[in-house]
Ligand binder design. Structure first.
Ligand code: PEP
Length: 257
């Protein structure tokens, strides 16, 4: 864990227009100290239409806040109305892109194959995919959560080299904890993060397993993040609702204090 820099990434989902985005990122940057920035990486994942505004702020003022997108097309250009190419995201200076969020798997028909193609699209453009995996409630109640989540992981990484896999961030997001206020226990988060890391070691090698950051996501707040981060294999959080409030998100970034 000591070699991996914690990442707190704020998934805004479909919230905050490009003007509201400016206010939130400014407040966030204002709340974070140099020590926070040294110890923890903070990033925001706004809607596509906000990214240019965020880029201008972050570049102009060296705010120390990273940013990225919430989705990416599997294609790079052409007749794909409404899709957003990784070429454009890279040109806008994005570092990250969320891939395979459970809301997209559930409501936009994203299969494991689509998710794998999006991971590859991200890597093709030097974007870091934040690959979301995690089980629903019925699977957890059946005790098949580890098996289910690792199958999603295997499918999404299929065909990647060790060098490519080492660039991926993995977010374990149990679907029953997303937006529900019901957070996984620190032991649940650690159990799955360790299982994911062990799978990376068996799919690749110890270097990949030691390099990849594994985040927890699902109803993270400043009041519950510290014990979750105590897990040896938990390297940060993907934060939805609580990332819309810059003071609250800054408190999450400062979990170590
Ligand atoms: C998410 O959407 O990735 C998420 C974790 O949401 P929330 O924090 O609101 O549960």
């Amino acid at each position: 864990k000591s070699t991996r820099r914690p990442l707190m990434a704020g998934n805004w989902k479909m919230n905050l227009n490009h003007l509201e985005a400016i206010a939130v990122v400014q407040k966030l940057a204002f709340s974070l100290t140099e020590e926070d920035a040294e110890r923890v990486e903070a990033a925001v994942l706004p809607p596509f239409t906000d990214i240019r505004s965020v880029q201008t702020l972050v570049e102009g003022d060296k705010l120390g806040v990273g940013y990225g997108a919430q989705d990416i097309s599997v294609h790079d250009s052409g007749a794909h109305t409404g899709e957003i190419s990784g070429v454009f995201l890279a040109k806008l200076g994005c570092t990250y892109v969320v891939v395979g969020h459970s809301e997209r798997r559930e409501h936009n028909g994203e299969t494991d194959d689509v998710v794998a193609a999006k991971v590859q699209a991200a890597l093709r453009h030097d974007l870091v995919p934040i690959l979301c995996v995690g089980e629903g409630l019925a699977v957890r109640q059946d005790g098949r959560h580890v098996e289910h989540t690792l199958a999603q992981l295997d499918a999404a990484l299929d065909g990647l080299s060790a060098e490519q896999a080492a660039r991926v961030v993995i977010a374990y997001e149990p679907v029953w904890a997303i937006g529900t206020g019901e957070v996984a226990t620190p032991d649940d988060a650690q159990e799955m993060a360790a299982a994911i890391r062990a799978r990376l070691e068996s799919l690749y090698d110890g270097d990949v397993a030691a390099t990849v950051r594994v985040l927890y996501g699902g109803s993270v707040k400043s009041s519950n993040i510290t014990p979750i981060m105590a897990g040896e294999d938990v390297d940060g959080a993907l934060v939805g609702g609580a990332s819309l409030d810059p003071e609250e998100f800054a408190s999450i970034v400062r979990y170590y204090r």
